[in-house]
Write a protein that binds this ligand. Structure first.
Ligand SMILES: NC(=O)c1ccc[n+]([C@@H]2O[C@H](COP(=O)([O-])OP(=O)(O)OC[C@H]3O[C@@H](n4cnc5c(N)ncnc54)[C@H](O)[C@@H]3O)[C@@H](O)[C@H]2O)c1
Length: 254
């Protein structure tokens, strides 16, 4: 039996990309999944894939949730408790960036990025902490290697992910004595629509300097690490920010 069987796990940004992949991989281990995102079409597609992977329909809750809105986050936690009665895992995955260095970044974009990438994980984690303490659960923050390396032309995004890593450290220290583990996964270049949204072509994606392993990452590469960090197999790991990047952030490589 999997250590995740029957455990209630919330995933934000579950309608696409890495969040979708995390949901579909976890579905194999029979948890109860709460899939949150802004768009219902993508959410329903993720739900279908989870069911195809063997998860019962009544073990999946899909919820429309814009993580930039406090009342949406409050509703997410309340509805999860009303439906499933507990929370074991929170995967703070929703996030985005806008190209621009410090001079080019307008403050509306700055505020939007900070709100989704940092404020939302902070508030949602805060709302979940009482339930996570009861379940001895876990928080996983989906950060990025740019938290460590920075990208000058993704200034606000880089800052938001650096702050998110420090949030992982702080929350792990605060909640560890209550049996709650908090870790961050820091992807490198992962093939998702995020590239297209940032205006990159398939040719450019393949051409990206991929790191010592010389390939762009796939969403499943990240999902496998998230599954490990949620499971009992990682029960002595907390406060870590772990790169899944084919070695891209290795200072020897760069
Ligand atoms: N793709 C990469 O190369 C890469 C690298 C490092 C980190 N990441 C991080 O991985 C996470 C997932 O990104 P992805 O590559 O799957 O991108 P994606 O654009 O495919 O998916 C992002 C998800 O977040 C959701 N989202 C964005 N704003 C939201 C909001 N306000 N409320 C609710 N949901 C919202 C989107 O709807 C989507 O479901 C992000 O935090 C991103 O920063 C991605």
């Amino acid at each position: 039996m999997s250590s995740l069987e029957g455990k209630v796990i919330i995933i934000t940004g579950a309608s696409a990309g890495i969040g979708e992949s995390i949901a579909v991989l976890l579905a194999r281990y029979k948890p109860k999944l709460v899939l949150a995102a802004r768009g219902t079409t993508g959410l329903e597609f993720t739900r279908k894939q989870c069911q195809d992977a063997g998860l019962a329909a009544n073990s999946i809750l899909t919820l429309q949730c814009d993580v930039s809105k406090d009342d949406n986050l409050e509703n997410l936690v309340q509805t999860t408790i009303q439906t499933f009665g507990s929370i074991y895992g929170l995967v703070n995955n929703a996030g985005y960036g806008v190209a621009g260095n410090i001079e080019q970044t307008n403050m509306k974009d700055y505020d939007g990025i900070m709100r989704v990438n940092m404020r939302a994980p902070f508030y949602l984690s805060k709302l979940c902490i009482p339930h996570l303490k009861t379940s001895k659960g876990c928080v996983i923050n989906v950060s990025s290697i740019v938290s460590k390396t920075g990208i000058a032309d993704l200034a606000a995004y880089s800052l938001s992910k650096a702050a998110l890593d420090h949030f992982t450290h702080l929350l792990a220290a605060e909640t560890g004595p209550s049996g709650v583990r908090v870790n961050s996964v820091n992807p490198g270049y992962i093939r998702t629509l995020a590239f297209q949204k940032a205006g990159l072509s398939e040719k450019q994606i393949v051409g990206i300097e991929a790191g010592p392993l010389d390939r762009v990452g796939e969403t499943e590469d990240v999902a496998k690490l998230v599954k490990f960090l949620l499971s009992d197999e990682s029960s002595y790991i907390t406060g870590e920010t772990i790169c899944v990047d084919g070695g891209r952030a290795n200072p020897v490589f760069s």
